[in-house]
Design a binder for this molecule. Structure first.
Ligand SMILES: C[S@@+](CC[C@H](N)C(=O)[O-])C[C@H]1O[C@@H](n2cnc3c(N)ncnc32)[C@H](O)[C@@H]1O
Length: 468
C-alpha cells in the first residue's frame, strides 16, 4: 500500500469519525465518506474496519489515552482524540498493519489536520504504547480497575449500565463473554426461499462460486457464510430471489409463528420486511400477509424485498400500529417484532451500545407494551400472537410479556412441542431466549401466545381456565 493511498484512507476514516462525533450514525457517515472518495476496494475495507473499530472500541481507546498522556482523553482536543483512536486501534487490534506504519501515518494525519505542533506528542504516545506492550509479560499495556463493572466495561468497551445489567442477569463470567462476543465480526446468514430454490441448490451455487457456506443445525432454511467479504448482491441467486440475508435466530421468529397457506397474517412492525417475506414464504405465498409499520419509507423496502423474492401475498398497511383499527379479530396470526434497544445485536452496529441508555430502554418498554395490547386485539379467537425482540433487556422482554399476561388472562404462553427445532431455546416460563455467546447467534427473545377466548370479547377477565 503506497503512503499516499494509506494516508488517504485514514483521512476518509477520520472524516467519518468526526461525523459520528457530531451525531451521525456510523454506517451512514461511512457510506457518505466512502461514496465521496475514490478509494480502492481494499482501502475501503480498511477504512471501514478503522471507523467501526474506533467507534466500537472507543472506551478502551480512551482508557489508553488517559493512561499514556498527562491529560485524560476527554480533555484532549476532540479531533486529536479521534486521531489517537485511529493510531491506537491499529496498534492494538490490527496485527496486519506494521506498528511503524500505524505510528507514521497517524503522525502524518495529525500534521495534516492542524496538529503539526503536537506531532511529537502523538509519536511519543503511540511509541509509549508499543513499548509498554513489549515490556508487559501478558502483552497488554491496558491497566484495568479491580471493580468488575469498570473492568469489563473498559476491557471490552461497553457502557457501565449495560455491563451492570448483564452481570445482574447472567453473572460476571457470562457478562464478560457476552461483551467479548459483541466485539467479534458478525456472521452473515442466508435464509433460502423455498419457493425459488432448495438449500442444496443454493449451497451448490455458492460452492461453485468459491463461497464457503455451512448449514446450521435446527435451522432448515439457513446457510451461514464464512468469512465472506464481497458485495452480497453479487452472490449467486440474489437477483433470482433464491435467498435473503437474515440471521438464523431471526428465522426462528417465523418458524415460531408457523403461518399456514391461505391464512390472514399481520406483521405489525414489518419494515424492512425480513420477517414479512419469511412468513409469505412459509405460507407458500397463499393467503395474505399485512405488513404494518409507522415508517412509510422503510415500508418501501418491504415491497422491494417482496418483488425480488417474487412474493405476491404481501399487502402494506402504513401507520402507527397502536392506532390502527381496521383489524379487530381479523388475523389467524399476528407477529409483533417490536422496536427495541437492539442489545442482542450490538455486534452489527458499531455505535448502538453508545446510543441506548436506561431511559431509552424504559421508553421502548412502554411502547412495546402499548403495541402488544393493541395488536392482540387483531387476533381471531383461538389465534396465535408472537412477540419478539432482538434485545436481552428483561424490561423489554420478560416484563412486557408478564405484564401483558397479567392484564389479559385470556392469553397464555403456547409451549413448543418437544420435537420443535427451537425447543433448546425455551425457558421454563415458556418463552424463548437466545444468548449470543452461548449459541453463536444474534440475541433474541420470543414468546408465542395463544388466545383461548373463543366466545368472549378480548379483554374480558371472566376466564377461569387460562394458565399462564
Ligand atoms: C425491529 S424493527 C422490525 C424489523 C422487521 N420485522 C424485519 O424483520 O425486517 C421495528 C420496526 O418497528 C417500526 N415501528 C416503531 N414504532 C412503531 C409503531 N408504533 N407502529 C408501527 N411500527 C413501528 C419501526 O419503524 C421498525 O421498522
Amino acid at each position: 500500500m503506497s503512503q499516499t493511498v494509506g494516508q488517504n484512507l485514514r483521512q476518509v476514516a477520520l472524516d467519518a469519525l468526526r461525523d459520528v462525533e457530531r451525531g451521525a450514525f456510523a454506517d451512514a457517515a461511512l457510506d457518505k465518506r466512502l461514496h465521496r472518495g475514490d478509494l480502492s476496494e481494499r482501502d475501503c475495507r480498511l477504512a471501514t474496519e478503522l471507523v467501526y473499530g474506533c467507534v466500537r472500541r472507543q472506551r478502551t481507546l480512551d482508557a489508553l489515552i488517559s493512561q499514556l498522556a498527562t491529560k485524560p482523553a476527554d480533555q484532549q482536543p476532540p479531533n486529536l482524540r479521534l486521531i489517537l483512536h485511529l493510531g491506537l486501534y491499529q496498534l492494538r487490534y490490527l496485527s496486519h498493519i506494521p506498528p511503524s506504519a500505524a505510528v507514521d501515518t497517524t503522525v502524518d494525519l495529525a500534521k495534516g489536520n492542524g496538529f503539526a505542533g503536537l506531532a511529537g506528542f502523538v509519536n511519543g504516545l503511540l511509541r509509549g504504547y508499543i513499548r509498554q506492550a513489549a515490556e508487559r509479560e501478558a502483552g497488554d499495556p491496558l491497566n484495568l480497575p479491580a471493580d468488575p463493572v469498570s473492568r469489563i466495561g473498559i476491557a471490552h468497551s461497553m457502557p457501565d449500565w449495560i455491563v451492570q445489567q448483564w452481570i445482574a442477569q447472567f453473572g460476571e463470567t457470562d457478562a464478560e463473554q457476552l461483551c467479548n462476543w459483541f466485539n467479534q465480526p458478525p456472521s452473515i446468514d442466508l435464509r433460502v426461499n423455498p419457493l425459488r430454490a432448495s438449500v442444496e441448490q443454493v449451497e451448490a451455487a455458492m460452492q461453485a462460486a468459491d463461497v464457503a457456506v455451512e448449514r446450521l443445525t435446527g435451522f432448515p432454511q439457513a446457510l451461514r457464510l464464512r468469512n465472506h467479504r464481497g458485495a452480497i448482491p453479487a452472490l449467486p441467486g440474489y437477483a433470482e430471489g433464491w435467498w435473503s440475508v437474515q440471521d438464523a435466530s431471526a428465522q426462528l421468529v417465523g418458524m415460531l409463528l408457523d403461518p399456514q397457506p391461505g391464512e390472514t397474517v399481520i406483521d405489525a412492525c414489518a419494515a424492512p420486511g425480513g420477517k414479512t417475506t419469511h412468513l409469505a414464504e412459509l405460507m407458500g405465498d397463499r393467503g395474505v400477509v399485512w405488513a404494518g409499520d409507522r415508517s412509510a419509507n422503510r415500508l418501501k423496502k418491504v415491497l422491494q424485498n417482496a418483488e425480488r423474492l417474487q412474493l405476491t401475498s404481501i399487502q402494506l398497511c402504513p401507520g402507527d400500529s397502536r392506532t390502527l383499527t381496521q383489524f379487530p379479530k381479523q388475523a389467524d396470526r399476528v407477529l409483533l417484532d417490536a422496536p427495541c434497544s437492539g442489545l442482542g445485536t450490538l455486534h452489527r452496529h458499531a455505535d448502538a451500545r453508545w446510543r441506548q441508555t436506561p431511559d431509552s430502554v424504559q421508553e421502548l418498554s412502554q411502547l412495546q407494551a402499548e403495541l402488544l395490547h393493541r395488536v392482540a386485539t387483531w387476533v381471531k379467537p383461538g389465534g396465535t400472537l408472537v412477540y419478539a425482540t432482538c434485545t436481552l433487556h428483561p424490561d423489554e422482554n420478560e416484563r412486557v410479556v408478564q405484564d401483558f399476561l397479567a392484564a389479559q388472562p385470556q392469553w397464555k404462553i403456547d409451549l413448543l412441542p418437544t420435537d420443535h427445532p427451537a425447543i433448546q431455546f425455551q425457558q421454563p416460563q415458556g418463552w424463548l431466549r437466545i444468548l449470543p455467546h452461548q449459541h453463536d447467534l444474534d440475541g433474541f427473545f420470543m414468546a408465542r401466545l395463544i388466545s383461548s377466548d373463543r366466545t368472549l370479547p378480548a379483554g374480558n377477565p371472566d376466564q377461569g381456565d387460562m394458565a399462564k
